[in-house]
Ligand binder design. Structure first.
Ligand code: URA
Length: 220
């Protein structure tokens, strides 16, 4: 018996997308059920012609409320790590593989729940459209969900983090840990050491973004 077609956001992608148009249409996306869970679609944001696009898993509680990616505790840690790596967040584009917050209630709190393969597949056309418009030189995949969504289920962040790889979505791809994993470190020493490794991974792509910083200051 023929299987029902998997629903995705693909029919919503306009023929001549711009970031503003994509953001506007994504606000009403119902390609998977997560729109019932999150407050709003959290679309990517940042420099329209960014050389580096950072891709996380999905918005968290703070992002769901603010409608902006990586503005909560993990985002603050990401900002610090970018700065330590010599990367200005204003020069990159930041987004997620899934654009609604998936959560389960735990008392008064909304606890993050991992998106499943169906939800990731449903949302993927938005990420592909963002990549097609921004045309980054490098995708930075934050954590296993983003890495496996782009590089395949067998990709192991623990073994291949920091390596600059080729992909059909962007000339270069680099996967590293998710900043929220640093927040969950069991002790201060582990957090310090792992944050340093995260900064080292990000430093690997800094030269690509640095060219852009020079260009941006030359045009202003
Ligand atoms: N974690 C993510 O993966 N993305 C965000 O935007 C915030 C937290």
């Amino acid at each position: 018996m023929a299987r029902a077609a998997i629903e995705t956001a693909a029919p919503l992608i306009p023929p001549r997308p711009t970031l503003a148009l994509l953001r506007e249409i994504a606000a009403g996306c119902t390609a998977c059920d997560l729109y019932k869970c999150g407050t709003q679609t959290v679309f990517g944001e940042g420099r329209g012609q960014a050389r580096a696009m950072l891709v996380g898993e999905q918005p968290g509680d703070s992002e769901d409320k603010a409608g902006r990616p990586f503005v909560g505790p993990a985002g603050k840690l990401l900002d610090k790590a970018l700065l330590a790596a010599g990367i200005d967040r204003k020069l990159v584009y930041v987004t997620n593989v899934v654009k609604h917050f998936k959560w389960v209630p735990r008392g008064k709190r909304r606890l993050h729940e991992k998106p499943n393969a169906r939800e990731i597949a449903a949302c993927r056309p938005w990420l592909e459209a963002e990549i097609a418009v921004v045309k980054p030189r490098v995708l930075v995949l934050l954590g296993a969900t983003a890495a496996q969504a782009i590089l395949g289920r067998s990709f192991k962040v623990t073994q291949q983090r920091g390596q600059i790889l080729a992909s059909d979505l962007a000339p270069r791809v680099m996967a590293t840990v998710h900043p929220s994993s640093l927040l969950r470190a069991p002790d201060e020493e582990t957090r310090r050491r792992e944050t340093q490794r995260f900064v080292e991974d990000l430093s690997g792509i800094a030269p690509l973004v640095a060219d852009e910083a020079e260009e941006a200051s030359a045009t202003h």
